[in-house]
Design a protein around this ligand. Sequence first.
Ligand code: IDP
Length: 140
Amino acid sequence: MAVERTLSIIKPDATRRNLTGKINAVFEDAGLRIVAQKRIQLTPATAGAFYEVHKERPFYNDLVSFMVSGPVVVQVLQGENAVAKNREVMGATDPKKAEAHTIRAQFAESIEANSVHGSDSLENAKNEIAFFFAGTEILP
Ligand code: IDP
């Protein structure tokens, strides 16, 4: 299995409830290494651009409002099969459908306020990491 990097975001519902450490522990216990991390406040322009792919979806405006409703923690996770492994520990988008051990089953409030984002392919991971991080900020 190849060592990969993926972009993770701890969303405002989770930072508001002080869950950053608990979520990071799930990543680390799964063998994912946090090789870059920063707590930032997204602007509507940045959140809108990040979720551009969902622009036509009915939930887009609400999603952008939610993502700017408080600080987020953007991070790069590294490890074997990191993209798929992160998606596995995140769980399904809708926490009601997520498996019990997953981050979303344990912590998410709703299908929108679902605590974490994770890249869904290696190609998207590369683009999403570059969206938030300079190469010099990633320290394996
Ligand atoms: P993912 O985050 O599991 O990859 P996507 O379908 O890419 O799911 O959706 C991006 C984000 O948009 C979700 O994580 C969630 O915050 C929000 N979202 C997705 N579907 C809905 C919905 O039906 N209603 C409200 N928000 C949604």
